[in-house]
Design a protein around this ligand. Structure first.
Ligand code: C2E
Ligand code: CA
Ligand code: CA
Length: 656
């Protein structure tokens, strides 16, 4: 019971937010309260000065005046945000006790003065006590404990005092005091309850918004991190690049964008499996992070590609040196539980502002420098230069000429035979596009085909080439097939595939004689669309060959999922095979793979007798290459076909 009563008067610090809000409100109201008390006291001094002793009339106001000024000053200048929750509760209790003490002292002073003077001054005293108490309670509205304390320690005894007076007027005043202050106290409690709820709610909302902020910061952090390596991801890379370029709008300080690609990562994936590949990426990103200081920002862009943003890159020579330093570090073998693996890095750099002034152009150009290095000097550093700029311009001028060209007249096809070397005869011809433009001259297919792909003209080009090839192939003996190359676009566009199949039907050609050559990269671009296109081709009865096998980026695990009948082994495996044991081992493995997956295997790029004999010894029979025959124009085909017929007749004749 005693504890409950104590809790009614005492300010506890269990609701820190509420106490803080109370303190803020009170610190504005208390100086006002003191001012009212002092002014009212002054009124009392004026009316009682002539009746009461000066010591009594003046002492208290003279003590209170400096005291309240100092208190008010301290309250106004105190920095609430610097006070701890405990200190705030302590200060509220002080306000509580101090207001009750001052209240008691003031009322005692007024009641002492009451005995002096006449009926008017007595009336004034009653009026002073009543109104001052009401003003004080109003000012302490936010601290119901103080209100209750004032009521019990000041107003109740005062009411008792007036009640005990003989005059009825004072008895009536006593009743008035109790009634008004009781009502005020009731309202104060109600207000305090509502105020507590509002502050509680506000505190809850603030707490929730703090949690939300933490969550959204965490989400933001996760959205900007690569989940595997925990270094920044592609999204973060571009936002960082954007930010840094924006910072440079005025200064134009150089900045370098780099793209780093791991060479040999695909093989690690294929040989050791995906978990090992993942581990390698994690180790590689840690290794890279350790190499750099604050001037280099690194992110994983996806797959085995990393992005770099380099501040203060120094000269081009220094940049190259820095690139080599990164590549050297990557060349150190990675130790994993599956075994040790080695990769290399190729890097493309683009320097701001020379190579471009926007993030997308800089990135595109760094990528170009990377691809250029990959094609020409794997494992080296490429810095986007004027030479690259010229090459880009050439591609776009090729695209321009392609658009203007009379493709029907200018496109031609050469045919390269594919031999069954065991049987000694031609099994098919591969159609290889040729473009002879009056302005540009003869353009090699790998250049104009990729330019046509980039500029979207390929959809016009493929049907023209295919119709020409079909027309030519219909003149060949029926056992000889036609191999036709499809681009990424052709493969991923059902319309394009359907139009090719229509051409076959229209020309009345036997679809089973046709093999479409596709590349891994084309399939990987959009695996689902590509396999849909491939199944359309298969429904017609045509075959599919995977071209340039071994140069793409896919994993071997995709192989059984592709509806293919043939593999064409890229000529890079045949180059110098005579002197390379590693290449011979690879060729043995590929042979084994084809036997297991029941795939026919065609070897491309057989250039010499020694290569031919070696491959023949390994058991390969389907071959294509300069050693057997270069691609020939349609005009040269009758001779080759006649020769082929002869060679088939020779064994027959011998046997016969
Ligand atoms: P590909 O499909 O790998 O074609 C084989 C390329 O290797 C041809 O180059 C051929 O001339 C060349 N080649 C053949 N035997 C040897 C050899 O023993 N040694 C060397 N060094 N090279 C040999 P080409 O005709 O310049 O064609 C290049 C690429 O252009 C083709 O590579 C193919 O990807 C693309 N291409 C050619 N014609 C077409 C076409 O009609 N459509 C599409 N989409 N692409 C085509
Ligand atoms: Ca081909
Ligand atoms: Ca090829």
């Amino acid at each position: 019971m005693l504890a409950k009563i104590k809790s009614l008067y005492n300010v506890v610090d269990e609701k820190p937010a509420l106490n803080r809000a109370r303190y803020v409100a009170l610190s504005r109201q208390i100086p006002l309260m003191y001012a009212i008390v002092l002014v009212n006291m002054l009124g009392m001094v004026v009316t009682h000065y002539q009746f009461a002793p000066a010591v009594l009339t003046l002492t208290l106001p003279l003590i209170l005046l400096p005291f309240t000024i100092i208190r008010s000053y301290r309250i106004i200048t105190a920095k609430e945000e610097k006070l701890s929750d405990g200190e705030i509760a302590k200060r509220l209790n002080t306000i509580n006790i101090l207001s009750a003490t001052i209240g008691i002292v003031c009322v005692s002073w007024a009641l002492l003065l009451f005995s002096y003077g006449n009926a008017y001054t007595q009336g004034h005293t009653a009026f002073f006590i009543c109104l001052t108490a009401i003003a004080v309670i109003t000012c302490l509205m936010h601290l119901r404990q103080a209100g209750l304390l004032m009521f019990t320690t000041v107003l109740c005894p005062t009411a008792m005092f007036f009640l005990l007076q003989e005059q009825v007027v004072f008895k009536a005043i006593a009743v008035n005091i109790l009634l008004v202050s009781g009502t005020m106290l009731f309202i104060m409690f109600r207000y305090s309850q509502a105020y507590t709820q509002v502050i509680d709610k506000q505190a809850r909302l603030e707490q929730q918004s703090k949690i939300l902020k933490i969550l959204s910061n965490e989400n933001m952090r996760l959205a900007n991190l690569d989940s595997l390596t925990t270094i920044p991801n592609r999204r973060r890379f571009f936002s960082e690049l954007e930010k840094r370029i924006q910072e440079r709008q005025e200064s134009s300080d150089p900045l370098v964008v780099g793209i780093l690609d791991l060479d040999g990562f695909k093989q690690v994936n294929d040989i050791f499996g995906h978990p090992a590949g993942d581990q390698l990426l994690i180790d590689a990103s840690h290794r890279l992070k350790e190499l750099f200081d604050d001037d280099v920002f690194i992110a994983r862009l996806g797959g085995d590609e990393f992005g770099l943003i380099i501040e203060n890159p120094g000269t081009e020579r220094e940049l190259k040196g820095f690139g080599n330093y990164i590549c050297d570090a990557l060349r150190e073998p990675f130790q994993m539980k599956e075994g040790s693996a080695q990769v290399a890095g190729t890097i493309g750099f683009a320097i701001y502002p020379e190579a471009g002034k926007t993030p997308s152009i800089l990135f595109e150009r760094a990528d170009y420098a990377l691809c250029y290095s990959k094609q020409n000097n794997k494992g080296t550093i490429g810095i986007f230069s004027e030479e690259h700029e010229t090459a880009i311009r050439e591609v776009s001028s090729i695209a321009h000429c392609l658009r203007e060209a009379n493709l029907n007249d200018e496109l031609d096809i050469h045919y390269q035979p594919i031999y069954d070397t065991k049987q000694g005869h031609i099994v098919a011809f591969e159609a290889l596009a040729r473009w002879n433009n009056p302005q540009l001259g003869v353009i090699p297919p790998n250049i104009f085909i990729s330019s046509a792909e980039q500029s979207g003209i390929i959809s016009r080009l493929t049907p023209i080439l295919f119709n020409k090839a079909l027309h030519e192939a219909s003149k060949w003996p029926s056992h000889i097939g036609l191999s036709f190359n499809l681009s990424t676009f052709d493969l991923c566009s059902p319309d394009s595939i359907l139009s090719l199949l229509n051409s076959i039907e229209r020309q009345g050609f036997d679809a089973t004689r046709i093999t479409f050559e596709i590349t891994e990269t084309a399939v990987m671009q959009d695996f689902n669309r590509a396999t849909h296109g491939l199944s359309l081709i298969r429904q017609m009865g045509s075959k599919i060959a995977l071209d340039d096998f071994g140069t793409g980026y896919s994993s071997l695990s995709y192989l059984p999922r592709m509806p293919i009948e043939r593999l064409k082994v890229d000529r890079s495996f045949i180059e110098d095979i005579e002197s390379s044991n590693a290449k011979q081992d690879i060729m043995h493995t590929i042979g084994e793979l084809c036997r297991n997956l029941k795939l026919e295997c065609i070897i491309e790029g057989v250039e010499s007798e020694s290569q031919f004999l070696l491959l023949d010894k390994m058991g390969y029979s389907l071959m294509q290459g300069y050693y057997l025959s270069r691609p020939v124009p349609a005009l040269g085909l009758p001779d080759i076909l006649a020769e082929d017929l002869m060679s088939q007749q020779v064994p027959t004749a011998v046997n016969g």
